[in-house]
Design a protein around this ligand. Structure first.
Ligand code: SF4
Length: 503
């Protein structure tokens, strides 16, 4: 009999409303949500099932292959008292304090708003600070807006993951403070510093690291060509000083984790990740960054030693599940995203959100093009002249370390690949929609922007999280065939084309 490692005895376990489990880890500081299947395996192990045979018997509602895979995921979350946890526990609780008064700005990512007004449309603007609301009150900025007769009537409450926040109301889908289609009333009346922090920061993103605040770009600016040109005309020092003020005034700043997760259950000190990052931060194509990322993951796995005997497929009852196949996973992902987009299109239609409905449908159709299920007339990507949207997209996403914020490195890079490839397909579709052969810079910007938005939307984001193994398999340059352990555990039924939910 192959013994199974015990569950760690220092964890806080509590049931969630839906009968699943939430695990709080005092060592890693992580909160892990165990879905129904993982919760069943957890309870069976906690009840004393200490061998694969006993565990499968105790969780008999699940197929043995699923029991093994769920326990593997519990292991990757460092929740078992095994060699992998013991070898990595010392990495936690040693994070260096971030340096927040130094701005790390890639000169190619300079951006200066050209006030086209587009970022003031169709999104909740907030949180609205007392300073901004005071400016609205002091300058009577509600005057002339429909339905508002006071400053308080220009804002509304929104419940977010961080709790209730104040956001500006909308007039015809635009921020209530937008005047004449492109002028911010707050800025005009009280100056840039009185604007909501999110508006001052847009489209920059900030991640605090031991070396300073790393500056990235979220791909939301519709006037990227003009705003990048305006940004390049500004000295780097001036832009950095302006960003330092915005950070000091309370902008949203993420924090680089330490350690960093590079693959399922594989953690490295932030310094080691930053060494890898420094070598790839200015690559021209994502494919150039992938081999060294995989080398980092494989080196880490080798340092942690061979997989334990209990993970051997032969140690489990029933036919061993074949190792995940890279090509099968990669091919399964688009249909999962299409399914999520179809759901989103219907949901948006029900909410009469025509813009989101159109964008979700556009992405779904672009996936048909990307998979070759539908063919488009020939198109050609034309040189952009000025900022290359693909390059800005790649650099902007690498610069702020979002590839490791709340996600492991290989999944983060996989998501980047999914986004860039989808952005390309949407750009082609936009040109084809008007029977144009040349795919222009604005098509590229629109394509990347729409893909960026839809991939981050609730149901689509959840689908990508559930399909994490397929997202890693999307990495460019991976050879087809059986996948290495760092692909992770594919969601049940994924390769068979079943609809993947969050389990
Ligand atoms: S506050 Fe001003 S900059 Fe911000 S969204 Fe509203 S109009 Fe645009």
């Amino acid at each position: 009999m192959v013994p199974l490692p015990p569950i760690r005895d220092d964890l806080e376990t509590r049931p969630a409303d839906d009968g699943t489990l939430v695990i709080e880890d005092p060592i890693t500081g992580h909160r892990t949500h165990l879905g129904p299947q993982s919760a069943a395996v957890w309870r069976a192990r906690a009840a004393g099932a200490d061998s694969p045979l006993a565990l499968c018997a105790a969780a008999s509602e699940l197929a043995p292959g699923v029991v093994r895979e769920r326990l593997m995921q519990i292991r990757d979350a460092l929740l078992l008292d095994d060699a992998r946890f013991r070898a990595q526990r010392g990495l936690f609780g040693r994070a260096e304090a971030p340096m927040v008064d130094r701005i790390l700005l890639d000169p190619d990512l300079r951006h200066r708003c050209v006030r086209c007004g587009s970022s003031c449309l169709g999104v909740d603007i907030g949180p609205i600070s007392d300073r901004t609301l005071d400016a609205v009150r002091d300058h009577r900025l509600w005057a002339g807006t429909p339905d508002a007769e006071s400053a308080a009537e220009t804002v509304q409450r929104r419940i977010t993951e961080q709790g209730p926040v104040r956001v500006f109301t909308h007039v015809d889908g635009a921020c209530v403070m937008l005047r004449g289609g492109d002028r911010c009333a707050v800025h005009a009346a009280a100056g840039e510093a009185a604007k909501p922090a999110g508006c001052r920061q847009f489209p920059y993103t900030f991640t605090a690291t031991p070396a300073g605040v790393a500056v990235g770009l979220q791909f939301e600016c519709r006037s990227l060509i003009e705003s990048a040109a305006a940004g390049r005309a500004e000295p780097v020092s001036e832009r950095a000083a302006a960003l330092r003020r915005i950070v000091a005034d309370g902008a949203a700043v993420s924090r680089l984790p330490d350690p960093v997760t590079v693959g399922p259950g594989l953690f490295v000190p932030a310094a080691r990740y930053l060494k890898w990052w420094a070598a790839v931060a200015r690559v021209e194509r994502l494919a150039e960054a992938v081999p060294s990322a995989i080398a980092l993951v494989e080196a880490r796995a080798a340092e942690l030693g061979p997989e334990p005997a209990w993970l051997e497929p032969g140690a489990w009852p029933g036919p061993p599940s074949p190792p995940p196949d890279i090509a099968a996973l990669r091919d399964a992902l688009p249909s999962q995203i299409m399914g999520a987009c179809a759901w989103l299109t219907r949901d948006a239609a029900g909410r009469r959100d025509l813009v989101e409905q159109e964008q979700a449908e556009l992405v779904r159709k672009a996936l048909l093009v990307q998979t070759g299920a539908v063919r488009l007339p020939p198109t050609v990507f034309t040189p952009t002249g000025g900022a290359d949207p693909w390059r800005v997209a790649l650099r902007g996403a690498l610069a702020d370390h979002r590839v490791v914020l709340g996600i492991d490195l290989l999944q983060g890079l996989g998501r980047l690949q999914v986004w860039l490839a989808l952005g390309r397909a949407v750009a082609r579709l936009r040109a084809a929609q008007v029977s144009r052969r040349p795919v222009r810079a604005q098509d590229a910007i629109d394509g990347l922007l729409v893909a960026h938005r839809i991939l981050r939307t609730g149901v689509v984001d959840q689908t990508l999280r559930a399909c994490h193994a397929a997202v890693r398999a999307a990495l460019p340059g991976l050879p087809p065939g059986p996948g290495p352990h760092w692909l992770g555990v594919p969601a049940p039924g994924l390769s068979a084309g079943g609809r993947v939910g969050v389990s």
